[in-house]
Design a protein around this ligand. Sequence first.
Ligand code: TXA
Ligand code: MG
Length: 314
Amino acid sequence: MTHEDHATKLLSGPEGRAEAAALLRGGALVALPTETVYGLGADATNARAVAAIFAAKRRPRFNPLIVHVASFAQVQELAEVPDWAATLAEAFWPGALTLVLPSRGVLPDLVTAGLPSVAVRMPSHPLAVALLRDVGRPVAAPSANPSGRVSATTAAHVMDGLGGRIAAVLDGGPTAVGLESTIVGGAGPALLRPGGIAVEDIERVLSRPLAAARDGSAPTAPGQLRSHYAPAAAVRLNALEARAGELLLGFGPVAGDLSLSPRGDLVEAAAQLFSALRALDGRGQPIAVAPIPEEGLGRAINDRLRRAAAPRDS
Ligand code: TXA
Ligand code: MG
């Protein structure tokens, strides 16, 4: 085992928030709630604090991080904002959308992994907004899970994965959206990762289709490893019934051992996805998953499920 050099504090309420802000300003790592998933936050202007994120997550590579802000003025300090980005920010911020924008180069290289672009997001979770205001600096935060594992949608999930490796977790309850943000950027702009805002809604606001991420016009999202969000158990997709020994994760008409949404609601299914995978994974049997329609948040759910089912590197 690794040596654990922190007793991770579980913080909540206004006093907890003030302590979390002080810890972040002092360069410590604090997991914070957002409306999508919990983030592992560090002061984005402090290169040592940002480096500690990669160590705590045991991230093998320096993937670029999403920078979280509380105001549009902060975005303009960090990045150039093309017209399409201003339009999307106006429509979807605060919320589950990350914009990859031309960087002004004011943050340490580790935040952007040396790329000429920077990913920014203004979250809507009230505790995240208040914390970001208290900190008064941009906060870099990947999802608060050990590298390659399922993202955390509760403070308890964060403690399970990162307890002992970070200073504190600020508890804001279970996250409402349950899937990471949708990432849009580059020329086009392109869809870099499906997520908590449906692609159809983004395209409606832009009045044009998003470019595909891999057609060469877009920067790649280096964190988009094929095997990711991986439970320990094997995962089989598009299953109408369980095979011998499998647990079935249901949706709509497929009831299963546990259902993402008995009434077939994709928003509810997104909110349940990661905790359902964790719950079934804890039982030590392979997991079969019912078909999920490839529309709205179903596209992001299927993206995460395909990664959960992909062959593992290790
Ligand atoms: O909802 C979310 O997005 C959560 C919460 C905490 O905000 N964050 C999150 O972060 O999912 P993370 O690190 O797990 O995923 C960030 C993704 C990675 O795939 C990374 O490669 C991509 O964003 N990314 C970051 N900066 C980028 C850039 N400059 N160009 C392209 N992709 C970028
Ligand atoms: Mg992640």
